[in-house]
Design a protein around this ligand. Structure first.
Ligand code: UDX
Length: 460
């Protein structure tokens, strides 16, 4: 099938590559000409595992192309996916300006009988607006509107697109249903679940899913505060809760909370939508408050351990909003860095992929070429984003270069026993700290002294 994709951000580009690899002929377009020039050369404008290789493969196979000209992309398409950004306005509502201008471009250029599919996350009711715009902009235009929300996670986006848990389609006409069934035929034939529903339900299901996942994370973070006070272990508590299939273990990892482009904005957009429809949903505001609190708690923990933050050197490992991406948008790691910097600390960050983006977002942040360089002379090492490679760090080597042997594991991702064995005082979130045993025979005599900072060291 001939498909046009409007918007080549995370959602649009992954959708384009995935649909091409299902055998469709896809043309992507974007108002950002620079992005299109990059893509035409087979280069991905952001890091997403496996995407660039798949992009090049589909382009050389002749199934995928890009153009800056909307008219070229839209003219022959049987189906058009709108994947443009829907950022938050200052009041939290979704900004749908790009949705409207996409609809106008479709009315100008698309052929009759086209199916227009919104994939961007939009408030329920947006499809009606798209439909009104299409009809108003071109009299006699025949088209159908459908909703097909994405559930892609950054870092595993291509896999999520090609091996989805479910494909949700909101359709209100036979033609839209047929087109979407044909589009996803290669996946449903392989047994992937396709759920057909009405458009408003499909739109709302996306906001509801993201808000509920955010709620699980904030619940775990609030529970972590109780665990800290009760001497319990949030990881073990979440593990026990997770064995109940009604609850599930996923998204109960306490730590620094959620960030990224989706959760923060979708949660508030749902709260605003509900309010606009006359229903107050304060639970969602509370989820957001608890998420902000998670960063404050981590900052307070670091301060508590170091006594004063002024002039302390803090090595911050992980800067992206989650592992597997170079995306730093609303990254909790950067929010933490910002707090530490404004309290007078020096923060030296390292991230396997997101260094350049982090430096651009937070210029006061110092950056290092690797974890060991970041840790040199540091008074505290903070794990802020749980990249796999941080689990394989040589803890003895880190300990050797640091001023104080202190680790704050803000993602509960390191092995407490390994940290303690390497001579670190280990402070996780919502779990009891693990302090090295000063009498342990495995510790060198000189090092034993360094385990507990002297008052002089603490004021250094
Ligand atoms: C999310 C949704 O998962 C996806 O379905 C939707 O389409 C887009 O938004 P993404 O933003 O890529 O995907 O990240 P996700 O893996 O969901 O994680 C979001 C944030 O929550 C990250 O900052 C992550 O570190 C945090 N998180 C996740 C936790 O703090 N604890 C957890 O237990 C899980």
């Amino acid at each position: 099938m001939k498909i046009a994709v409007m918007g080549t951000g995370h959602v649009g580009l992954v959708t384009s590559v995935a649909l091409a690899s299902l055998g469709h002929r896809v043309v992507g377009t974007d108002v950002d000409g620079e992005k299109i020039s990059l893509l035409k050369r087979g280069a991905c404008p952001f890091y997403e595992p496996g995407l660039e290789e798949a992009l090049r493969r589909e382009m050389s196979a002749g199934r995928l192309a890009f153009t800056p000209e909307e008219s070229d992309a839209l003219r022959d398409a049987e189906a058009i996916f709108i994947c443009v950004g829907t950022p938050a306005r200052s009041n939290g509502e979704a900004n749908l300006v790009a949705m409207e201008s996409s609809a106008r471009a479709i009315a100008r250029h698309a052929r009759d009988g086209v199916v227009v599919i919104e994939k961007s996350t939009v408030p329920a009711g947006t499809a009606e607006r798209v439909r009104d715009t299409l009809a108003r902009e071109r009299s006699g235009f025949t088209f159908d509107v459908a909703s097909n929300p994405e559930f892609l996670r950054e870092g595993t986006a291509l896999h999520d697109a090609l091996e989805p848990d479910r494909i949700v389609i909101g359709v209100e006409s036979g033609r839209a249903r047929d087109v979407l069934r044909r589009l996803y035929g290669p996946l449903t034939e392989r047994g992937h679940l396709l759920i057909e529903t009405d458009i408003a339900t499909a739109e709302l299901a996306k906001h509801a899913s993201n808000a509920f996942l955010a709620l699980k994370i904030s619940f775990a973070n609030a529970l972590a505060r109780v665990c800290e006070r009760a001497g319990a272990d949030i990881t073990a508590v979440a593990g026990i809760m997770g064995t109940d299939p009604r609850i599930g273990r996923a998204f109960l990892n306490a730590g620094l909370g959620y960030g990224g482009y989706c959760f923060p904005k979708d949660l508030i957009a749902l709260e605003r939508l509900a309010a606009r429809l006359g229903y107050e949903f304060p639970l969602l505001r509370e989820v957001e408050r608890l998420n902000d609190e998670a960063v404050q708690v981590a900052a307070a923990k670091i301060e508590e351990v170091l006594w004063n933050l002024e002039d302390k050197r803090i090595a911050l490992l992980g800067l992206s909003f989650k592992p597997g991406t170079d995306d730093v948008r609303l990254s909790p790691a950067l929010a933490l860095a910002g707090r530490l910097l404004s309290a007078g600390a020096r923060v030296i960050g390292f991230d396997p992929r997101a260094l350049a983006n982090a430096k651009q977002e937070l210029p006061e942040l110092e950056v290092a070429g690797d974890a060991y360089e970041a840790a040199r002379d540091a008074h505290c090492l903070v794990l802020a984003t749980e990249w796999d490679e941080f689990g394989a760090l040589d803890l003895d080597a880190l300990r050797e270069v640091m001023a104080y042997p202190i680790v704050v594991d803000a993602r509960n991702a390191l092995d407490p026993a390994r940290c303690a064995a390497a001579g670190f005082a280990y402070y996780p979130m919502g779990r009891p700290p693990v302090l090295p045993d000063p009498s342990s025979a495995s510790l060198a005599e000189g090092r034993r002294e360094a385990l507990v900072p002297t008052p002089e060291e603490l004021t250094r």
